[in-house]
Structure formats: C-alpha cells, structure tokens
Design a protein around this ligand. Structure first.
Ligand code: SAH
Length: 225
C-alpha cells in the first residue's frame, strides 16, 4: 500500500511546484508583452501563494485577481507586472504605495526599489501584510495605517507613487509629493471601470499616459471616493 511521503519531503515538493508555477507565470507575462527583465525577475521571486487566502492557494498562480480580507482583492499578476513596469524603477527610488492590501505588490516593489512606504486604510490588512513581509525579511518596507489619498507629507518627496485603488482623478496631494521627473501609476476613472495611467511630473506639470483599461476597488478617502 503506498504511504504518504514524510512531511518535510512533501514540503519540498510543494516548494518546487510553486517555483515552477511561478516560472510559468513569468513566461506567460513575457508572452503578454512584459519585457522588463527586472520586473520579470521580481515576479518570478515573490511567492504569491503566501499572500492569498489559504483556500485560494491552489490558484495563486492563475492570472486572476483573488479575494483577500475586508472585501478587498489582490490584483491580477499581469496587472501587477504592468503597473510595476510603468514605475520604471532602477533600484534607487523611494516609493509610496497606496493600498497595501495583501502586501504582494509591496513585496514586488521592495524587490525593485530602495525603500517602500505603503499605506492601507484597513488595519487588519496592514497587520497581516506586515507579518508576511517580516517573515520574508523585507526590511526596506514601512507599512502605515490611514488614508493614503492624502499621501504622507512628512516622508515626501517620493520618486515614484503607485495607487492600487481607483479614483476619479489623480489626487493633487499625491502629485505635490512627487519629485520633478517622478511617476505616479494610478487607475483613474469611474467607480466600475478605469484607465490605468502613468502620470509623469515634467516641469511641474502632469503628462498623462494611458496604459490600459482596468477595474480596481475604489480609493476611499478625502481625495478619493
Ligand atoms: N496592492 C494590493 C491590492 C489591494 S486592493 C495587493 O497586492 O494585494 C486596494 C487596497 O486599497 C485595499 O486593500 C483597500 O483597503 C485600500 N485602500 C482603499 N482606499 C484607501 C486609502 N484611501 N488609503 C489607503 N488604502 C486604501
């Protein structure tokens, strides 16, 4: 009669499976037009299965958004890759992220930037993300609880800002906290559908580049919904 392999051996198989699934995801992202090798490497190294709910672990590498706590969602890997690529990170940047959620996008940013400040309005999500990121030894991340639509004036300016929730327009407070030459990546539009934009600050003015149509949960706050 076949017997189960010892636990540690099963754990090893699981690790290998996750790694090969991650590699498949990277190939899929490449075939969908993500070319930046640093972004692909980061997506290939962050274990997405650790950021989803236990009952969804089996589909952690499917290219779809999944539910997390507090009625929020972890974004689809393709969207994370597109948004991260639009940030044009070289490794020296100080980044502000609004909407920590599961912390997955935070981890991808932490792989590619010098320092990441991430704000989440739900304390429960922020604390859960902090535990995960600590366990994975991301020590260049600072998680804060509050309304991120106002940014974080005492830590400004930021080289890059990413908003992972949708708003009607790019919050002026965030644009003010961006360095000259900096970029904000943000979904802008209506409550149920938006356009992902890269907003470049050039000579103090916003140059808006549409990237793709998308659908995010709303940014709730003083400069959001
Ligand atoms: N980047 C996340 C996606 C989270 S979904 C991930 O990879 O899992 C967007 C998140 O934005 C939600 O967790 C929501 O609670 C949060 N959010 C919405 N409005 C906010 C605000 N004004 N300030 C901070 N977080 C906000």
């Amino acid at each position: 009669m076949p017997t189960d392999p010892p636990i540690h051996f099963r754990g090893y198989i699981q690790m290998e499976t996750d790694k090969s699934q991650r590699q498949k995801l990277v190939e899929q992202l490449r075939s969908r037009g993500i070319e930046n090798p640093r972004v692909l490497a980061a997506m290939g190294s962050v274990p997405r299965e650790k950021f989803v709910m236990e009952e969804n672990e089996y589909e952690a590498y499917a290219d779809c958004a999944l539910p997390i706590d507090c009625g929020q969602t972890i974004s689809q890997p393709f969207m994370v890759a597109v948004m991260t690529a639009a940030m044009e990170l070289s490794g020296n940047e100080k980044v502000l992220e609004i909407g920590t959620g599961s912390g997955y996008q935070t981890a991808v940013l932490a792989e590619l930037a010098d320092y990441v400040v991430s704000i989440e309005r739900h304390r429960f999500l922020s604390e859960k993300a902090a535990k995960r990121l600590d366990k994975m030894h991301y020590d260049n991340v600072r998680l804060l609880v509050g309304d991120g639509s106002m940014g974080r004036p005492d830590e400004a300016p930021f080289d890059r800002i990413m908003v992972t929730a949708a708003s009607q327009e790019c919050p002026p407070a965030l644009f003010d906290q961006l360095v000259e030459g900096g970029i904000i990546v943000i979904p802008v539009g209506g409550r149920y559908s938006q356009t992902l934009e890269a907003v470049h600050k050039i000579e103090g003015q916003a140059r808006r580049e549409p990237i793709l149509e998308c659908r995010f949960v709303p940014l709730i706050g003083e400069q959001g919904w």
